[in-house]
Design a binder for this molecule. Structure first.
Ligand code: C5P
Length: 419
């Protein structure tokens, strides 16, 4: 798709660079059209280097090509991010005061705005009227996210995360072009390994120590990755749901087997998602024959030994060798207690395990395990410790789609290049 990315003059302009990467990594051709004010935040050289196309703010450059006519007519989608209050006002009024507003007036395809401004500016009746005008003309105007703003203030007005803008803008383009070829998947050409289900640690040929994991969330993540065009290896411990279609299945039973399967996968995968519930302990002995009730009435004693922490070990191996998955995602199921909230425990676990993202679940007897719906927060070492990451609530399939979008966004920023 040919996309015009309009960039307004707000501090969030830097986030548009990540958005640009998401579009280009997904195979789209992007022309960036910044406003003059936005170049005080991010310079033209950045946009030219990242997009691979010349960039201008004015209609008086490349006059022979009549740039605004060409850009507006050729664009399959125009995305404006961040859309400042000033830019929304100029677009609503139909002003043609720079290359971006000229291009908007020439647009033939869908137009999408991702606003960012202070809460008071967003709530102002003038801005709300401009948004209503743009929407009434068919433009899609996202609601801004809530959270930390430029200064110490927080509230609605924050630019939505680049992955969310990416997904919503492509959805808007897809709806507008209903019937045309689907956009290439967010993970086209990527290799993703997902572990799922609960390991079973044998005591003897008929008994095992297991856990309540159904594998639903892991299966949903694998399915969402397949839907986004990834090549998926699915390392399945015990599942209570069907294996998703389109994956390469590796069946395992114990933590040690799962560890071997992960070791086999790590150097040929871009992403590792450790959603399996791996037993922390296994019986020290796996009897060859069924453990019998003893004639003397004595109860058998089971000694447990620690299983390796596969997630932490994979992160350490990546650091030591400099090769491995670009992105390693862990899961944490926590209950808060007197010495820490669920979020605090999640943050500690993220640091302890060293992974790039941690999907944090609050668990209880009737929460999460085996249920269709869930609530998670995705934690990253880059998070501002003063801000609570948003809770994602919905079906496990919805949460899986969101996680896959986040993963695609992180890959576009490429944390750890795979060797
Ligand atoms: O420490 P805890 O079990 O809460 O950590 C959960 C995360 O660690 C999950 O991503 C799980 O797949 C992974 N894990 C592991 N090896 C273990 C235990 C958990 O990789 N032995």
């Amino acid at each position: 798709m040919r996309i015009v990315l309009g960039v307004g003059g707000g501090i969030a302009a830097y986030k548009a660079a990540l958005l640009l990467r998401l579009f280009t990594e997904a195979g789209h051709s992007v022309h960036v059209v910044p406003t003059e004010a936005s170049t005080r935040f991010v310079g033209i050289a950045t946009w030219e280097a990242l997009s691979g196309h010349p960039v201008s703010t004015t209609v008086f450059d490349a006059v022979d090509t009549v740039n605004h006519v060409r850009l507006g007519h050729e664009a399959d989608l125009i995305v404006v991010a961040p859309a400042t209050a000033d830019l929304l006002a100029r677009a609503a009024a139909g002003l043609a005061s720079d290359l971006l507003t000229n291009t908007l007036l020439m647009a033939r395809g869908p137009v999408f705005f991702a606003p960012a401004m202070h809460t008071e500016m967003w709530n102002h009746p003038a801005t709300q009227a401009n948004v209503a005008t743009l929407r009434s003309r068919g433009a899609v105007v996202m609601d801004p996210a809530s959270g930390r703003l430029t200064g110490k203030d927080s509230g609605p007005g924050r630019l939505p995360e680049p992955e969310d803008i990416f997904a919503a803008a492509l959805a808007a383009a897809g709806e507008a072009a209903a019937g045309s070829a689907p956009a290439p998947g967010l993970l086209a050409g990527r290799r993703v390994t997902v572990t799922a289900g609960g390991t079973r640690e044998p005591l003897d040929p008929v008994r095992f120590l297991g856990n309540r994991s159904s594998g639903k969330q892991g299966a949903a993540i694998a399915a969402a990755a397949v839907a986004e065009g990834a090549q998926v290896r699915f390392i399945a411990a015990h599942l209570e749901v069907p294996v998703p279609e389109g994956v390469e299945l590796v069946q395992v039973e114990t933590a040690l087997e799962l560890r071997d399967a992960v070791h086999d996968a790590v150097n040929s995968t871009d992403v590792l998602v450790m959603s399996a519930a791996v037993a922390d302990f296994r019986p020290g002995e796996n009897a060859d024959t069924k453990i019998k009730k003893r004639d003397d009435g004595a109860d058998p004693v089971i000694t447990l030994v620690r299983n390796p922490d596969i997630l932490a070990e994979t992160v350490q191996n990546r650091s030591a060798s400099g090769s491995g998955p670009s992105l390693i995602v862990g899961f944490a199921a926590e209950t808060g207690d007197g010495s820490g909230s669920v979020l605090e425990y999640g943050r500690r676990k993220l640091i302890r395990k060293g992974c790039d993202l941690l999907v944090l679940n609050q668990v209880g007897r009737s929460l999460v395990f085996g249920q269709d719906s869930t609530e998670v927060r995705i934690l990253s070492p880059q998070d501002d410790p003063g801000t609570e990451p948003p809770a994602l609530t919905g079906s496990k399939a919805e949460v899986a789609r969101h996680l896959i979008q986040r993963i695609a966004g992180e890959l576009a920023g490429c944390l750890h290049p795979t060797s």
